[in-house]
Design a protein around this ligand. Structure first.
Ligand SMILES: NC(=O)c1ccc[n+]([C@@H]2O[C@H](COP(=O)([O-])OP(=O)(O)OC[C@H]3O[C@@H](n4cnc5c(N)ncnc54)[C@H](O)[C@@H]3O)[C@@H](O)[C@H]2O)c1
Ligand SMILES: [Zn+2]
Length: 431
């Protein structure tokens, strides 16, 4: 039987859209010194991780500043998939070497999110836990404005340069969670596809699945008018699918259809890299306003409870399931589950992602089949078992997902613990 979200007594009539200033194109990162000078900045901290630092890009960005009278320093201590400990260390470094009047994040979501946390805690009182979403943290709102943050993505994935979110692992609780507030959004996103040419194939595949799931989840998110009407002070950045987020999501899916496989297999293909970079930005602008649902909610415990998995092309020193991979692993089953809540949207998405594919006799199978085939082609592991989980782990995974109520609330239909257990069970092996 199809379960549907309850009909609201006072339907929402309003949606919101927020985005940073954007500068896009090959060579855009050569103009950051000038751009920062427009904010009247005199000291800027460039935030990155060791892998991105090794490409030379962060130092090149820092070296442009002197010409504009800006003193710049590179901090390359970001942890790939940041934790509360790594963010506190970065905040401590920034505090001790400050004051800073702007931040420049050069890297993937890990670097951009760490820079968001530094910016928040250097301008506002308290510690990370005060701002982390409830119930894990206090969910407080910043009281002071933040400094300008320029976000320069070097992966094609998270869209973190557009969003109001900062994701981290709270080590003591073994839980991944986040901080979300409009003030965290970067002032300027500088998207230079040339910076992504060195992105390894494994990172391109995983981060690309993140783009795909951002687009698909926001496209299938519950429609904004299906929520109860909010008061102005209750509005959050994620407001459900709406006409503006739909546009970004559809366009992102079309770009993925032409360029995702090529970008993974031929990393030096500049057109494919540019398509992936703009797809990531588009999907970020979509999901950053609409929200994501079941695959992202499931990803938190999949990534947070990992014990022995070491993905290709990521730092080898610790076990991890990279964000995009953790999101992708239950996506085919999640979209099989949500199909009946919005069949036409699932079919349209499958068609956008695979214009030449033949639709299977059961329409509910179309999108899962398109996703599984893509994942197999780009060497995403074959299901949750392939990253180390067994049937016996499912109750703990479900419990972790149920803590992500903020995300599950965006699902196009209600989802119970039993529904999630079924999704995990059928995701143990995908093909
Ligand atoms: N804030 C948001 O809106 C948001 C959204 C989705 C995900 N996230 C978070 O972002 C993080 C994942 O970010 P990501 O997928 O962009 O990857 P990442 O920042 O974790 O980087 C992955 C790896 O790729 C390397 N790398 C990155 N760019 C490179 C380049 N151009 N050349 C060579 N190596 C390169 C890095 O050194 C690192 O080892 C996770 O913590 C995830 O939870 C945040
Ligand atoms: Zn994501």
């Amino acid at each position: 039987m199809t379960s549907t979200n309850p009909v609201p007594a006072h339907p929402e009539a309003i949606f919101t859209y927020g985005a940073p200033q954007l500068k896009f194109g090959p060579g855009a990162s050569d103009e950051i010194g000038f751009d920062l000078s427009q904010y009247g900045v005199s000291r800027a901290l460039v935030v990155t991780d060791p892998g991105v630092a090794a490409t030379g890009t962060p130092q090149r960005v820092a070296d442009q500043m002197a010409r504009f009278g800006i003193e710049a320093r590179v901090f390359d201590g970001v942890h790939v998939e940041p934790t509360d400990e790594s963010m506190n260390a970065a905040i401590g470094f920034a505090r001790d070497s400050g004051p800073w009047d702007a931040f420049v994040a050069v890297g993937g979501g890990s670097s951009i999110d760490t820079a968001k946390a530094i910016n928040l805690l250097l301008t506002n009182p308290g510690g990370l836990m005060d701002y982390i979403n409830a119930p894990v943290g206090q969910g407080r709102a910043p009281v002071n404005p933040l400094k300008p943050l320029v976000a320069v993505p070097t992966t094609t994935g998270t869209g973190a340069e557009s969003t109001t979110v900062c994701v981290l692992d709270v080590l003591s609780l073994r839980v991944k969670t986040g901080i979300s507030h409009a003030r965290l959004r970067p002032a300027l996103a500088v998207v230079d596809p040339l910076l992504t040419l060195t992105q390894p194939a494994g990172v391109t595949a995983s981060a690309g699945m993140d783009i795909l799931c951002h687009a698909l989840e926001s496209y299938t998110a519950r429609w904004y008018t299906s929520n109860e009407r909010k008061q102005p002070e209750q509005r959050v950045p994620y407001c459900g699918a709406n006409p503006v987020s739909d546009m970004w999501s559809e366009k992102a899916m079309s770009l993925l259809a032409t360029s995702f496989r090529t970008a993974v297999r031929h990393g030096d293909d500049e057109q494919a890299r540019a398509d992936m970079a703009i797809a990531a930005t588009f999907a970020g602008m979509g999901f950053g306003n609409a929200g994501v649902h079941i695959p992202h909610a499931n990803a938190y415990p999949i990534a947070g409870r990992v014990s022995g998995f070491h993905p290709k092309d990521y730092p080898a020193d610790e076990a991890m399931v990279p964000h995009g991979m953790s999101v992708a692993l239950t996506a085919p089953e999640a979209f099989r589950f949500t199909f009946d809540a919005a069949p036409e949207r699932h079919l349209r998405a499958a068609r956008l992602l695979a214009p030449d594919a033949e639709q299977p006799p059961d329409p509910a199978e179309f999108l899962p089949a398109v996703l599984s085939e893509l994942m197999r082609d780009i060497e995403i592991p074959n299901g949750v078992a392939a990253v180390g989980y067994a049937r016996a782990d499912i109750p703990a995974l479900v419990e972790g997902t149920l803590q992500q109520q903020r995300l599950l609330a965006t699902s196009p239909k209600p989802v119970t613990g039993d529904d999630l257990a079924g999704i995990f069970e059928r995701s143990l092996e995908l093909w």
